[in-house]
Design a protein around this ligand. Sequence first.
Ligand SMILES: [Zn+2]
Length: 275
Amino acid sequence: MTKWIGIWALSIVFFWGSTAAWSLDLNLPKTAYQGDLIVGKTEPTAEVRVKGKRQIVGPQGYFVLPVPRDQKTDFLVTVTSETESLSYIIRILAYPWRTQKINGLSKKYVTPPPEQQKRVISDNHKVQNVRGDHPYPVPFFVRKGFIKPVNGTVTSPFGLNRVLNGKPKSFHSGIDIAAPLGHPVHCPADGIVRLVDSDMFLMGKTLMIDHGLGVTSIFIHLDAIAANTGDLIRQGDLIARVGKTGRATGPHLHWGVSAGRTPLDPQRLINREFK
Ligand SMILES: [Zn+2]
């Protein structure tokens, strides 16, 4: 296999940009940013691999490749059908992630006491199970893409290095949209409700929606949730109300998007065409 990758990678140098040279159908961008969601299309029966890891290919041939926020190298994608194999390089562009300092948070939320840490771990397990667990192969989000779930200003973008009460924490894995308490939250893209939890320690009232191919949304700090696990939700449906439950200094919506367990920048998805 390694030998084949080498040969096809060489071929790319000669056929770069002229996909018509191949009979195996493959549609991929030439570049993507750190934190981006790459959506590709090929033959539904083809096998797609990145770094040797096999990706789910949906019934219409769509597949997704999440670019981790700290991805340092380009992607080498190999697509294999019954008769052909080809490789494609996607150039990964760096993004200058900033640092944000937040002070005045209640100490129990920055360093939870031991009895609360158990809850934090169990909450995270529930969330990670949804992200890693049997994603729907149907690409619900492809037809209409994503809209902003709340009308408001993004006060905290994706990817910020966060320092809470002087302690460095993991980077901000979603976007914060400022909005008044009780403001409606609309579903950004079609999908199925996979998790409703009324009391997570850091995240408060939490809702997760599966948009297909392993792409999921999470909405946290909610005041109320207007959906049940298993519901089929359409883009624009009212799903929740903005709140400040869990670790939140004031009412806002934290919206996160992941592909598998890789967090992505939701702002790169809004109003983008995927078909
Ligand atoms: Zn947030």
